[in-house]
Write a protein that binds this ligand. Structure first.
Ligand code: ZN
Ligand code: ZN
Length: 279
């Protein structure tokens, strides 16, 4: 399905159109052998609320961004290499049906499609591309994933101490390890999670204890039968580092993305019956 589009004029034009919609805010996307396979709007469950996002499936990457003006202007571009992606089907909630999770080591998030058919199309295309990428690179599927952030609205109280009640003054924070919504008191610690950031990141008290214990064990194993009771060298742990910097980089204020989308999903490959195919 990929090959017949590679090196075609129509493929180059489609990629150029995506680049032009993102403008200077996006990366160059044209690459030898890269094929744009489809695009469409999915609802992404963000920290504050679910928002429409435009998604582009290429044979090697998944690109998404916020919608300023559909098919004209997009912003906040994110690029995910497909070889790092695994998908997980999710049950429907009161707010959303046709959900699934896009998981990578750096970041995992939940999206939903307008219909079960669309969800099936997205998933089968993404998984096919992932399989091809893994075959091409000789890598094995990734097994470690970042925990998705639990949306702010999911809880009014800290999910660790279950005491602190959030308000305009008492901010919510997110543990980078488990994704729980926690209070400042329950997330004083920072821990280096190299998959997520070169700098130590906020973790909740429970995750901190687990990570620190794990680290002590790893260090003990490295030192062979090393002396027990030796104080753990918590090189990766930092206590009480500066607070703040808790902004979800994904929370773009602009591009609320109103407007209607006549076609929510569009795949370009032939040979498969696309529910929403049109040229
Ligand atoms: Zn708490
Ligand atoms: Zn945690």
């Amino acid at each position: 399905m990929v090959d017949h589009l590679a090196n075609t004029e129509i493929n180059s034009q489609r990629i150029a159109a995506v680049e032009s919609c993102f403008g200077a805010s996006g990366q160059p996307l044209a690459l030898l052998g890269r094929v744009l396979l489809g695009e469409g709007v999915l609802t992404k469950e963000c920290r504050k609320k679910a928002k429409p996002r435009i998604f582009f499936l290429f044979n090697d990457i998944l690109v998404y961004g916020s919608i300023v003006l559909n098919k004209r202007k997009y912003r906040s571009q994110h690029i995910i290499p497909l070889e790092e992606v695994t998908l997980e089907l999710l049950p429907e909630t009161l707010q959303a049906k046709n959900r699934w999770m896009i998981k990578t080591a750096k970041k995992s998030f939940v999206v939903s499609a307008a219909s079960a058919t669309e969800r099936q199309e997205w998933i089968s295309h993404i998984e096919e591309c992932v399989r091809r990428q893994l075959r091409a690179t000789g890598r094995s599927p990734s097994t470690e994933h970042a925990a998705p952030w639990i949306p702010d609205k999911a809880t009014d109280i800290c999910m660790r101490c279950t005491q602190t009640r959030f308000s305009a003054l008492t901010r919510r924070h997110h543990c980078r390890k488990c994704g729980f919504v926690v209070c400042a008191e329950c997330s004083r610690q920072r821990f280096l999670l190299p998959r997520l950031s070169p700098k130590p990141v906020r973790v909740c008290s429970l995750c901190y204890r687990e990570l620190a214990a794990q680290q002590r064990q790893e260090e003990a194993e490295e030192q062979g039968a090393g002396s027990p009771g030796q104080p753990a060298h918590l090189a990766r742990a930092i206590c009480g580092a500066s607070s703040g910097d808790d902004d979800d980089s994904d929370e773009d204020k602009e591009g609320s993305g109103d407007g209607d989308w006549s076609s929510r999903v569009e795949f370009y490959s032939s040979g498969v019956a696309w529910s929403a195919f049109h040229s």
